[in-house]
Design a binder for this molecule. Structure first.
Ligand SMILES: C=CC1=C(C)c2cc3[nH]c(cc4nc(cc5[nH]c(cc1n2)c(C)c5CCC(=O)O)C(CCC(=O)O)=C4C)c(C)c3C=C
Ligand SMILES: [Fe+2]
Ligand SMILES: [Fe+2]
Length: 362
């Protein structure tokens, strides 16, 4: 009786749990037209740009989409790989690895899919794929350690919107953030320590996070505080004293003030001070992308050294590291409490029979 409704529709097939990893999205190709389509979707999202629609529409279509696609495409071209955009390549690997790690941890049937908030594969398509594979429970995992309305919340919006149109909608859980998850912090520290084991320690470690407009802090985004907590925990794990590291915010977009200090300003200042060696890590990104490989590893290095700085190293994101995928598996398992005892196929078949009897259909 417990599974009456499902059994009529699902005909005794065992239910599965779906895990949906969501990242930001990336263009299909490093070309102005592909970048334009991507930017149009991204920058038309009112969760990302909070300027009244008519005004923003004119700026976006009149100026930004005429200038930025060409410039950004040239930047994308410098980081593009044979397999495609780094963000997509890493997210695909993370998806496949998580599927494997979960099946080692538990016998419960899982399906792991990934989606991009902008571009492909879309969140609605991924949700339908999960439903087709009989996932009646879905855990959404936005791959942003620190929560922001412009990243985490907008990904959730699309999920919720899609479920509104489903007759037999799955149960749904979302992960808000994991900025202080011990496994995530430990994986970040291991990654940095491994780099230092090979190359020695820098004079300064810069922890650079993606920026946000400053008004988001006053409007209530916990993002700024969560970035600070991540950096504090990471410094603690690495045994760094306050003068050995700093936090900064990168990727400023537009004319408004963004969270400070800016990454470029910090790197230029450290260059001017003749800092001998700086290592930069980007803990807010779990996968390398344009913002890390081009903006930090290339432009950041140039900013620092042009101002007079010495050695510059960019330390890669967590990508497909074993300890990080284990941490992600832990995070997922922690959020599946009470969901793992799925009914087996025989049990479902029995209750289906009962349900059909009750409906007088046999
Ligand atoms: C990690 C969290 C991110 C936050 C927070 C974020 C906010 C944010 N971003 C823009 C504008 C742009 N971001 C762009 C690229 C980009 N941003 C993130 C992550 C966050 N953004 C990632 C992972 C990427 C890389 C995508 C890739 O394909 O590799 C871009 C596009 C590139 C460019 O033209 O510079 C823009 C534009 C805003 C306005 C914003 C918050 C208000
Ligand atoms: Fe961004
Ligand atoms: Fe950028």
């Amino acid at each position: 009786m417990r599974y009456q409704t499902e059994t009529i529709h699902e005909h005794g097939t065992p239910q599965k749990t779906g895990i949906l990893l969501v990242n930001l999205g990336t263009p299909d190709a490093p070309t102005p037209s592909a970048v334009r389509a991507y930017l149009k979707e991204f920058l038309s999202d009112p969760r990302v740009v909070e300027i009244p629609k008519p005004v923003w529409w004119l700026i976006l279509n009149g100026i930004i989409l005429n200038i930025r696609p060409k410039r950004s495409a040239a930047k994308y071209a410098t980081v593009w790989t044979k397999e495609g955009s780094p963000l997509r390549v890493h997210t695909e690997k993370q998806t496949a690895l998580l599927q494997g790690y979960l099946s080692q941890r538990t016998k419960a049937p899982f399906v792991v899919e990934y989606a991009m908030r902008y571009g492909k594969p879309s969140i609605p398509d991924a949700l339908h794929r999960l439903k087709e594979q009989n996932c009646q429970r879905i855990l959404v995992v936005p791959l942003y350690p620190q929560y922001a309305a412009s990243t985490t919340a907008t990904a959730n919006d699309i999920v919720f919107d899609e479920l509104r149109h489903m007759r037999n909608a799955p149960a749904l859980r979302t992960i808000k953030n994991f900025h202080d998850h011990p496994g995530y912090i430990k994986a970040l520290a291991n990654n940095i320590n491994e780099f230092w084991m090979k190359h020695g320690r820098p004079e300064k470690l810069l922890m650079s996070f993606h920026g946000l407009p400053q008004y988001t802090l006053h409007k209530g985004d916990p993002y700024h505080c969560e970035c600070h907590k991540t950096s504090r925990l990471l410094a603690q794990e690495l045994g760094l004293k306050p003068d050995q590291y700093a936090i900064s915010f990168q990727s400023r977009f537009g004319k408004a003030e963004w969270l400070k200090p800016y990454t470029t300003a910090t790197l230029k200042e450290w260059g001017t001070l003749k800092t001998k060696r700086v290592d930069v890590v980007c803990p807010g990104f779990v996968a390398d992308c344009l913002e890390t490989l081009e903006e930090i590893a290339q432009e950041g290095k140039e900013d620092f050294q042009h101002a007079g700085g010495g050695e510059f190293n960019y330390i890669n994101c967590l990508n497909d590291r074993n300890d990080w995928i284990h941490a992600l598996t832990d995070l997922v398992m922690d959020n599946l409490q009470g969901w793992l005892n799925l009914p087996d196929a025989a049990e479902l078949e029995q209750s289906r029979e009962r349900a059909l009897d009750l409906q007088g259909r046999r």
